[in-house]
Design a protein around this ligand. Sequence first.
Ligand code: IMP
Ligand code: MG
Length: 182
Amino acid sequence: MSKRVNDVAHPEPLYPSDVIAARLETLADEIAARMSKDFALVAILKGSFVFAADLIRALAAHRLNPDVDFMTLASYGAGTVSSGTVRLLRDVEIAVEGREVLVVDDILDSGRTIAYARHHLLERGATAVRVCVLLDKTADREPQKHADFVGFSCPPAFVVGYGMDHAHKFRGLPFIAILSEE
Ligand code: IMP
Ligand code: MG
């Protein structure tokens, strides 16, 4: 059984599209139950763009229409190992002061990206910052690095697809797959 994307003719996804779509419905339910009606959604570019696009439409089906904006944060270069330093490449444009914010990201790994986004948005005056990630790689971490809403757990491997890349490739795969080492 292959889960490698290099075998493009017969890829075996880690999470296939139909499983992702079904999970987004229940995730939108969970978010609708816990967020105020008037929150702002900030998606972390670039990895979360496909997830965020599907999530905001699942939220709309629950009559939630948050203001949507983006922040570009980077900690990976072209490799599969984090540099350990988060850089802000693009800030949010909407005013988050006095608002409840939902940060949306693709993967929670060390938690540094999420901790940076949370700290930054609170500094800009957000009243509360909650976090929604598609994939969670580790369960055990400090409170400021945890997510309030998690799509799926993720094995300790480098994953691509559904917006996630390796050196800018594979973002367009409609499913999540484990990257082959070769
Ligand atoms: P953290 O800051 O260590 O939590 O890393 C999270 C960020 O690194 C996410 O925003 C992802 O974009 C990226 N990342 C972590 N693991 C992977 C992976 O397996 N594939 C693609 N991107 C990843
Ligand atoms: Mg990212």
